[in-house]
Structure formats: structure tokens, C-alpha cells
Design a protein around this ligand. Structure first.
Ligand SMILES: Nc1nc2c(ncn2[C@@H]2O[C@H](COP(=O)(O)OP(=O)(O)O)[C@@H](O)[C@H]2O)c(=O)[nH]1
Ligand SMILES: [Mg+2]
Length: 336
């Protein structure tokens, strides 16, 4: 009998009961072969009614395997979208294994809980989001994680893909600009602690440094780079190479410009190819610049913390995350 499956849906090991789902078009016929009602007046197996529990014994030919309760769930109500007979056996791995052997002998194929979830998705009993949520739920490590995942399973509404991805795969924000523009100071201001070394000598940040930050509950990977210097700047070629590489991997570039000097924005091919960048004029506390900040740019003092909230707001709006509001019980995207 093909296309019939069985799955142990309780954890293998000691327990009060073991539950085995027998699933497939021949579930009735298979259970009829191995199950006998305790009551002689019981209705035949072929007429198991949904919503009833039947107490009886499972036999492997003449060998008694276990006393069990079975429960028939017709296709339209079943989890997998196939006829199902749920077998509740005595707990313990030996009993469960013996029943599994018995089912194997009928030609049914054992599947895992995960495969059972796949089966339900294939039969369109659950949508792709619910499928993922259930699988994640199997591995949930905290109560909150389980709650959020259960929200996804019971709610059918899903959030747009951009939220889905952003919550589990943080976007990369790379800070670039000329040496001494205040990149590391801005990095620290956004991270909220002194992580990157700040120095008045240009080229202090030689390698890239990254930290995960949260803005409005969205995780972002913030990257501080050595920046993009001219040949005259005291910044190593290696550090510039690192910076350029970071820019190509960035989802958003914060292009920092020292507003206290007549600092022109860096002109680099990497910057031209960018889909997203924000020009940030820094050191407005010393503002003597002759540069008129361009439209859409943000002015900050990374040192004094001025304009940081406006910058965070600009970042959120650049990604279109401003519209996102999480209410418990609502579908929260947890993976793509
Ligand atoms: N007045 C003022 N100085 C700043 C500001 N941001 C950074 N600096 C200073 O500029 C210098 C270079 O800063 P740093 O963050 O190391 O620049 P980086 O090379 O771009 O990483 C340091 O002396 C900082 O204190 C600012 O908003 N205002
Ligand atoms: Mg630096």
C-alpha cells in the first residue's frame, strides 16, 4: 500500500503516552489489519466514526503489541490533508517501536514530524508561513519565541517580504567617508557605547568593526570602516580595500562628510552603484561649511549626539520600515 505514512508525534523516550499518526488513503484498511476492538459489539474498523475514541489492542499477527486508543480523523479535518488514524499507545520507546514495526510491515512508510508538516503544506492544509512557523516551533527555545511562532501559525495574515527578511537577516549599514569625518564617533553614537576607537589623527580605524544595533526593533548590522581616503590621506591601501568591499556588501551607506571643512563628498564608482545612501553632514556644532547640504541629507553632531534621532528616522524610512507596527497576536515575520 503506497502513499501511506506513519509518524511518531510524541518525543521518543519515556512518557505517559506515545502518539503515532497513521496517514494515507489506506489508513482504514491498515488499522483494520492490526487493531481489534475490546468490545465485541464494536463497529467494524471500516466504519470508524470521526470524533469517537476506540479502545482496543494492536496485534502483530497473533502477538499482542499494546492496548491503545484510536481516533479517526477524516481528510477534511486532518492536519495532513489525508485520512488519519491517531494511535495513542502506552508511553515508552519499546511500545512505540513495536507499533512502528507493525505499521512498517503493512507497507506504510515512517516519516518524521517535519515531513508530516511538509505533507500538510503539500496538501495545502497550511500555508508556507505556517509550515515554517511549525517547524521553528519544534525548535523554539523560549516562551516568547514559541508565542510569536504560534501567532504565525494561527494568523493567516503575513507581512510583506521586506519585513520578513529584515527581522531575521539584518540589513547592513556601512559608514563611510574621508578619514577624520567622524565615522567612528557616529558609529559609537549609533551603537550607544564606545566600541570604535575615535582619534583626531586620520586613519585610526584600520579594519572594519561591526555591531548589531536595533532601531525601532529592527536589527541592523552597523559597520565602521577606515573610510575612503585620497592618496594623500594617511590611510592604508589595505584599509581602503576593506572599506570598498564593505560598501559593495552594504544595504545602505551612510556617507559622512565633515561639514566643518570644505569637504567634498567622495566620488567613487562604488558609491555611484549604490541603491541606497544617506549623506550625513557631521560636526554641525562647528558648522562653518561653505557646502550647502544637499536635499535629503541629514546634519548631525556625532560628538554631541545632535541629529542622531533624525538619522535613525531617515534610516527606517529609507528601508520603508516606518509603517511596521507589531501587535502581539499579529503575524510577525520570522523568516523569509
Ligand atoms: N566637534 C566635533 N568633532 C567631532 C564630531 N565627530 C567627530 N569629531 C572628532 O573628529 C575626530 C575624528 O573622529 P573619528 O570618529 O575618529 O573619525 P573617523 O576617522 O571618520 O572615524 C575626533 O577628534 C572626533 O572627536 C562632531 O560631531 N563634532
Ligand atoms: Mg574611524
Amino acid at each position: 500500500m503506497q502513499n501511506n505514512y506513519f509518524a511518531l508525534t510524541t518525543p521518543p523516550g519515556q512518557g505517559g503516552i506515545s502518539v503515532i499518526e497513521l496517514i494515507g488513503p489506506d489508513a482504514h484498511r491498515i488499522i483494520a489489519k492490526i487493531f481489534r476492538h475490546n468490545s465485541k459489539s464494536a463497529i467494524p474498523n471500516s466504519q470508524l466514526s470521526p470524533g469517537h475514541l476506540y479502545l482496543g489492542k494492536i496485534y502483530n499477527n497473533t502477538d499482542l503489541i499494546d492496548e491503545v486508543i484510536i481516533h479517526y480523523i477524516p481528510t477534511r479535518h486532518s492536519f495532513s490533508g489525508l485520512d488519519t488514524v491517531e494511535i495513542s499507545a502506552h508511553g515508552g520507546i519499546v511500545s512505540a517501536n513495536r507499533i512502528k514495526d507493525c505499521l512498517s510491515a503493512t507497507g506504510a512508510k515512517e516519516i518524521t514530524a517535519r515531513q508530516l508538516i511538509n505533507l500538510a503544506a503539500r496538501n495545502r492544509k497550511i500555508n508556507p508561513t505556517q509550515k515554517l512557523a511549525l517547524k521553528e516551533l519544534l525548535d523554539a527555545k523560549t516562551t516568547l519565541a514559541a508565542q510569536v511562532l504560534l501567532d504565525q501559525y494561527t494568523e493567516r495574515a503575513t507581512l510583506p517580504k521586506r519585513f520578513v527578511q529584515a527581522l531575521t537577516q539584518p540589513k547592513r549599514i556601512v559608514i563611510t567617508g574621508k578619514p577624520n569625518a567622524g565615522k567612528s564617533t557616529l558609529f559609537n553614537a549609533l551603537v550607544g557605547k564606545d566600541r570604535a576607537i575615535v582619534h583626531h589623527t586620520p586613519g585610526t580605524t584600520r579594519d572594519t568593526i561591526e555591531e548589531t544595533i536595533s532601531i525601532n526593533g529592527f536589527p541592523f548590522i552597523l559597520v565602521d570602516t577606515a573610510g575612503l581616503g585620497n592618496k594623500t590621506d594617511r590611510i592604508s591601501n589595505k584599509a581602503i580595500k576593506f572599506s570598498r568591499k564593505e560598501i559593495t556588501k552594504a544595504d545602505l551607506v551612510l556617507h559622512l562628510i565633515d561639514a566643518s571643512e570644505t569637504d567634498k563628498p567622495c566620488k567613487l564608482p562604488e558609491l555611484k552603484k549604490l541603491t541606497k545612501d544617506i549623506r550625513v553632514y557631521n560636526k554641525i556644532d562647528l558648522f562653518t561649511s561653505t557646502i550647502k547640504p544637499s536635499a535629503g541629507s541629514i546634519q548631525v553632531s556625532a560628538l554631541k549626539g545632535a541629529g542622531i534621532d533624525a538619522l535613525k528616522k531617515a534610516i527606517i524610512s529609507k528601508f520603508g520600515f516606518g509603517k511596521f507596527k507589531y501587535r502581539p497576536g499579529r503575524a510577525l515575520a520570522f523568516s523569509e
